[in-house]
Design a protein around this ligand. Structure first.
Ligand code: ACO
Length: 371
């Protein structure tokens, strides 16, 4: 038995939800480029869960269900108030999502119907949780969700307490579409491993949030913004990045395990970053990002991934950087739950083997005989 480090190239599940073939990403067979240009996030979530695009009536039904479920149990909001000041926002989200299970009487029901309802509930409640967490930690009261509006709109509204501009809603909606699913990425795999023990959907999503938090995965979008803030100006890009490259340090937001010729989602976010810069009348972050790309791609051949331009986009939308990864979770929970449902449909425990590389033939030494 020989281990493959990082399971690179290992096909670990069959799935009909999303695919990456020859660098092309599709959700249920539809190219991400078409979805990014034309679909709303709710249409995409429906597509991931049900396997087909909704009719108008089905879409209206989903939006109304999302509105019904968006409010949080009072106990969960009370819990958010108890989190220590300065908590990590992904740690807070992971804890809060885990606690949602305690207030769902159907948390352990395992029928497809019950799990689908919980998937929609989780999708509805995550944006409310992230917005409520952000407001509470800033000393403000949470804003109750609105009914009848999409998730992008509702999230921005709950975060700021103000009606968001149409252009902000459109940008956020597109970002949600682009992050919704991505084959067997680390967090989705974590979710599938967890529920393959026949544990509940909340456990699966909690595991996934833990995996998304890391800077090699979803946490990279925040790390990109930390880097942009550190760099501070267009003039400082070259010396800063050159120094990183010379020291063989990783530049966050570049590289990908699967895409070697570029992440198809990045171009949409790059375009959005440019448009938001033009709209705000400040192209600094966009121009800094372009310059970083020129240097990293030019010297290392590494292309930007989904996290690179999302950092400047979210900042230009006025979103604090520690909410970037929670926003990724707001979108990806659609994919996680679609994969969890798929795993339950045809489940087998996921239990690989390890290549043992430790010592052999050792013996127990009594405590009194150990140096
Ligand atoms: N900056 C500089 N060098 C890099 C980068 C980077 N961002 N990414 C990879 N490399 C180099 C590595 O140092 C390594 O070089 P070496 O062979 O000389 O040692 C080589 O490219 C291969 O890199 P690995 O880390 O082995 O590639 P792997 O497939 O394991 O990792 C990963 C992929 C984790 C995405 C990696 O490219 C990385 O750490 N990127 C930065 C973090 C990031 O942006 N993560 C988000 C990914 S997208 C997502 O999860 C939503």
């Amino acid at each position: 038995m020989t281990a493959t480090k990082g399971l690179e190239g290992i096909v670990a599940a069959a799935s009909s939800i999303s695919s990456i073939i020859d660098g092309v990403l599709t959700y249920r067979g539809i190219n991400i480029d078409e979805l990014a240009e034309q679909a709303s996030f709710e249409e995409v979530a429906y597509l991931l869960w049900y396997g087909q695009l909704p009719t108008k009536q089905q879409l209206d039904g989903l939006i109304s269900q999302l509105g019904e479920y968006a409010a949080l149990p009072a106990e969960v909001i009370a819990g958010l108030r108890l989190y220590p000041k300065g908590s990590n926002s992904m740690a807070a989200l992971r804890t809060a999502v885990s606690s949602l299970a305690l207030y769902d009487g159907a948390a352990n029901e395992m029928s497809r119907e019950a799990n689908l309802t919980k998937a929609i509930k989780l999708q509805a409640q995550l944006p409310t949780l992230v917005a409520a967490y952000a407001r509470i930690r800033d000393g403000k009261e949470p804003v109750a969700p609105k009914k009848g509006v999409g998730i992008a709109h509702n999230f921005l509204y709950m975060l700021t307490g103000e009606e968001p501009a149409a252009v902000a809603i459109e940008a956020m909606d597109k970002a949600l579409v682009l992050h919704a699913d991505h084959e067997l990425n680390a967090s989705t795999f974590a979710a599938r491993v967890t529920v393959a023990t026949l544990s509940d959907i909340y456990s699966g999503v909690t595991s996934a949030i833990g995996a998304l938090k890391g800077p090699l995965h979803g946490g990279a979008n925040e790390a990109v913004m930390v880097m942009l803030d550190d760099i501070g100006s267009l003039a400082n890009v070259e010396p800063y990045i050159q120094n990183k490259l010379n020291n063989k340090e990783k530049v966050m937001g570049f590289g990908h395990r699967v895409y070697k010729n570029g992440d198809p989602r990045a171009k949409h976010l790059m375009q959005m970053s440019r448009q938001l810069g033009e709209l705000n009348g400040d192209m600094t972050l966009y121009e800094m990002s372009i310059k970083i790309e020129e240097l990293v791609t030019g010297q290392k051949g590494l292309k930007p991934n989904v996290d690179f331009y999302s950092a400047s986009c979210y900042t230009m939308l006025g979103i604090p950087r520690d909410l970037f990864t929670p926003i990724f979770a707001i979108s990806r929970v659609s994919g996680w739950t679609a994969h969890i449902l798929e795993q339950y449909e045809d489940n087998r425990l996921i239990r690989p083997r390890a290549e043992y590389v430790g010592p052999v033939g050792q013996h127990y030494v009594p405590l009194s005989n150990r140096g």
